[in-house]
Design a binder for this molecule. Structure first.
Ligand SMILES: [Zn+2]
Ligand SMILES: [Zn+2]
Length: 540
């Protein structure tokens, strides 16, 4: 399968940063709502690389499970076909939005499957996975145990015929309610039969998970704190980790040949397996990112609010069950939802824009900026094309035009090194501190506010200095002004690098600067101005 891969340059003095972007499920197109939830991961990855940290940013496509096998059956194809089709589309979508994953892979990768088996075996050996025999739905005609999604049943709430996992009215069926359900494959009534499955003993891990949550939750967003504590309060139930299916990761124990791992356990393990895969290819030790022995590391988990407890409870539980000094996620970057024209994104209702459509319709950098600036950080937010256009035009006015007015000033072809304005220098210096503080507190909207404020300062400085008059009357003062403005632009390219990487790179090209950096800088040499093009076009 295709991958996204980006190299890492190790900095001996840098911290070790692991960023896990949620694994999208391979049976639906990714839309702007997904993008809004996942974008903070790329912003963090770029920011930490820029300040000199050792970043591994991983994710991949979640390929297994019954929604995919069911769909394959319906469409008369294979689960591999369905998941490959979506995986390829996801890779294309993330690349179109300039996501800088170090490794984006899939749960179908051999490395992932093999490593999940090893991890599973370890949890079993440690006594956290145990066998339990229970009555399950069985179809005599088909000769197999049938999953929730493979049966239909009358919903006790709305009295309609519903699939066995969840009714459209929201009702979630209990095991008892599925007794006597109808097999969707053959149409016969199901019976029940003793079935042997393996369970993860989350109840045994409850205390350790509670300690972990208490130590970390003050850094998390409110939705993560609330959701996590709600589950802990209810008491963690042991969860089945095997199911009757022939598509997924094998169970590394005898007499489980016809079963596979539940998606919920192997998909979250993807963060670990993909880091191991990446480190193996680069001759690095994954323990620098994943073991408690390295104190100088941060682990961020980036996803939407519907995924919180997988990252704040289940995944930490799995890592604790390994009893091997694993580090647990530090930061839970859990977004609320982005709506489209005040409604939920819904493919079936034709509401929303998918990522590949967005890549055609919008400027990628101003879209990224808009989605961060209006990001659903603390509450649901809304996307409209009009509001996007207005953000784009604001960036065009405040940044695009400032660059044009400075670097395309009529009558000059070189920025001369001159005297930097001291007050502006102080403003630029402070912006680095403000952005860092907000980035590491997951306050990405605030980061865009700092950038907008600097743009206000820049434009005000330009208007007050009136370089078009200085040019005629005082060439030294004119050179100071243009040099100061060019330094503003240079530093802005650093501020915007995590959010608008293409624009930042274009600016560096104009100013002859090779790489982004972090901390106030100024031009050391005169810069010959060549091929300065407008960075944005105004939208109607
Ligand atoms: Zn119902
Ligand atoms: Zn049947």
């Amino acid at each position: 399968m295709k991958e996204i891969y980006n190299d890492i340059k190790i900095n001996e003095n840098g911290r070790y940063i692991l960023i896990g972007g949620a694994w999208p499920y391979a049976n639906n197109t990714l839309h702007l709502g997904h993008l809004a939830a996942l974008l903070p991961g790329d912003v963090l990855a770029r920011y930490h690389r820029q300040i000199g940290d050792n970043v591994i940013y991983v994710s991949g496509t979640d390929c297994h499970g019954t929604p995919i096998t069911e769909r394959a059956k319906k469409e008369n194809t294979t689960p591999l076909d369905i998941s490959s089709k979506y995986h390829d589309e996801f890779v294309k979508s993330f690349l179109s939005m300039n996501f800088s994953y170090n490794l984006y892979t899939s749960t179908e990768s051999d490395f992932h499957k093999k490593t999940c088996e090893d991890v599973f075996k370890k949890m079993f050996d440690n006594g956290y996975i145990f066998e339990k025999i229970e009555k399950d739905n069985y179809c005599e005609t088909c000769g197999k145990f049938v999953q929730d999604r493979e049966v239909t049943v009358i919903c006790p709430d709305c009295k309609q015929i519903s699939k066995g996992d969840q009714c459209d009215c929201g009702h979630v069926f209990t095991k008892d309610e599925l007794i006597g359900s109808t097999c969707v494959t053959c149409g016969e009534k199901t019976t029940t039969k003793d079935n042997k499955n393996l369970y993860l003993a989350l109840s045994k891990l409850q205390n350790d998970i509670e300690v972990y949550v208490k130590e970390n939750e003050s850094k998390w967003r409110k939705n993560a704190q609330n959701e996590t504590n709600k589950y802990l309060k209810e008491g963690l139930p042991d969860r089945a980790v095997t199911r009757d299916l022939n598509w997924g990761v094998n169970i590394p124990l005898p007499n489980y040949e016809d079963k596979r791992m539940y998606v919920w356990i192997e998909a979250v393990l993807g963060y670990l397996t993909t880091t191991m895969d990446f480190c193996k290819r680069n001759n690095l030790n994954y323990e620098n990112w994943w073991k408690k022995s390295n104190k100088d590391s941060i682990m961020y988990m980036v996803h939407g609010k519907d995924n919180i407890t997988f990252h704040s409870i289940i995944f930490p539980g799995i890592l604790l069950a390994l009893k091997d000094n694993y580090k647990l996620p530090d930061m839970i970057v859990s977004s609320e939802y982005l709506n489209f024209n005040e409604e939920k994104f819904s493919k079936s209702k034709g509401n929303g824009i998918n990522i590949l459509e967005a890549a055609e319709m919008f400027n990628i950098d101003t879209l990224r900026f808009h989605l961060v600036r209006n990001g659903p950080e603390k509450k649901d937010t809304n996307f409209t094309i009009e509001e996007y256009n207005s953000t784009h035009n604001e960036i065009n006015n405040k940044l695009g035009n400032f660059i044009n007015r400075t670097l395309k000033f009529k009558g000059i072809d070189t920025i001369k090194v001159a005297n930097m304005d001291e007050q502006i220098k102080e403003n630029l210096d402070n912006a680095y501190i403000d952005i860092s503080k907000n980035m590491e507190a997951m306050e990405f909207r605030e980061v865009t506010n700092v950038i907008m404020n600097i743009l206000e300062v820049a434009n005000k400085y330009y208007d007050e200095k009136m370089p078009w008059i200085l040019f005629k009357e005082d060439i030294d003062k004119f050179n100071d002004c243009i040099y100061t403005c060019a330094n503003i632009i240079l530093n802005i390219s650093n501020y915007i690098e995590p959010i608008m990487p293409k624009t930042a790179s274009k600016i560096r090209e104009y100013l002859n600067i090779e790489n982004p950096s972090w901390g106030y800088i100024e031009l050391k040499d005169d810069v010959k101005l060549n091929n300065i093009e407008p960075l944005f076009t105004r939208l109607k």
